[in-house]
Design a protein around this ligand. Structure first.
Ligand code: NCD
Ligand code: ZN
Length: 333
């Protein structure tokens, strides 16, 4: 049995820098025709020079793969001149509340202090991607942030906003309330709940921001993805950390899912008899929402089985040691 996807897109990925970038970039580039590259390096990717340097690193690491790195600036208050210069090189700007997640210390403290830049982005048609969590109780952080999404969507009705990596039924419900509000969802939040992270022995490899939530949240996310809700896009949030930063006290947040995304998505959509919707979930919706045409690739998966390695270098992948029924067997450009 065979299944093909045209130009799959990962609308949220972390490829880091240096040796880690060299290791993980090909694993995304070999399967995806394009991916949004998150800018939370240290220091952040918050100027054009650094962004172009970063894009060069990724293009050098991707090898022969047909792969379009969709570059993001890290949100700060930018001038009109800065945005005009950056416009043709960027896919969007990613806003992190200060301290909300890995390497976000330089993020925004008050949304109200960022309104001039939101207005410029709205005027210039630059999308805003948001890590939407407050600093409240960990299970409530996303839900508490939803009022900020509503405020942004209402105050800047032409600003294209993406709620990144949504994890709650409440966020799903908000999607339909504002025309300019969209969302990405990860692979793992379609599958796991807090029980998988901390319900038995603690599993640091499933610890991420936002934390996985309740079964009813996971069920709502999965149902919304399976029907390829037109405002929902796949964004893996694959976020590799070395094993020494995961298996320790003070575990870093993030799952490394890049190599298993497509095989697991096909497995999941097949199980729920929804394979017909997978193309829109992993590519069509993002293309339509962003008016983006990716390079043309055809990715074939077959039921030959993928044995997920225990490690990629010093990174433990999601589903390490498991055999996934589906494997990527061919990629045509
Ligand atoms: C991401 C990382 O490690 O960069 N971590 C995570 O848990 N998802 C940052 C992020 O997207 O929050
Ligand atoms: Zn992320």
């Amino acid at each position: 049995m065979e299944f093909t996807l045209e130009s799959p897109l990962d609308m949220h990925v972390h490829v880091r820098e240096g040796a880690m970038l060299e290791r993980v970039t090909p694993l995304t580039a070999d399967h995806f025709a394009g991916a949004i590259i998150m800018p939370n390096l240290v220091p952040p990717v918050d100027n054009l020079e650094r962004l172009l340097w970063y894009r060069d690193q990724i293009n050098a690491a991707k090898g022969d793969a047909t792969f379009d790195p969709l570059m993001m600036l890290f949100f700060r208050n930018y001038s009109r001149e800065e945005l005009e210069a950056a416009r043709e090189h960027i896919f969007g700007i990613k806003l992190y509340p200060a301290g909300a997640t890995t390497n976000s210390e330089a993020g925004v403290k008050e949304l109200s202090a960022a309104e001039d830049t939101f207005a410029l982005m709205e005027e210039m048609g630059i999308p805003l991607m948001v890590h939407g969590e407050t600093h409240g109780f960990v299970m409530d952080r996303e839900k508490e942030f939803l009022t900020s999404y509503a405020y942004l969507a209402e105050k800047f009705p032409k600003l294209r906003i993406t709620m990144e990596h949504i994890t709650t039924k409440d966020a799903v419900d908000l999607l339909d309330q504002f025309e300019n509000l969209h969302a990405t969802v990860t692979l793992h939040h379609l599958i796991i709940t807090l029980n998988d992270v901390a319900g038995g022995l603690l599993n640091p490899h499933l610890f991420c921001k936002p934390i996985a939530k309740r079964p009813e949240d996971q069920e709502a996310l999965l149902a919304t993805a399976l029907k390829a809700h037109p405002k929902l896009m796949f964004g893996s949030d694959s976020a590799p950390h070395p094993v020494s930063k995961k298996e320790c006290c003070g575990c870093a947040a993030g799952l490394f899912t890049a190599p298993v995304c497509l095989p697991t998505l096909v497995e999941l959509f097949e199980k729920h008899d929804a394979l017909d919707n997978l193309q829109n979930f992993v590519s069509g919706n993002a293309q339509r929402i962003h008016g983006y045409t990716p390079p043309k690739t055809t990715v074939t998966l077959e039921k030959t089985g993928m044995e997920v390695p225990a490690r990629y270098g010093d990174v433990v992948p999601y589903r390490a040691g498991e055999t996934i029924p589906w494997a990527v067997t061919n990629v045509q450009n």
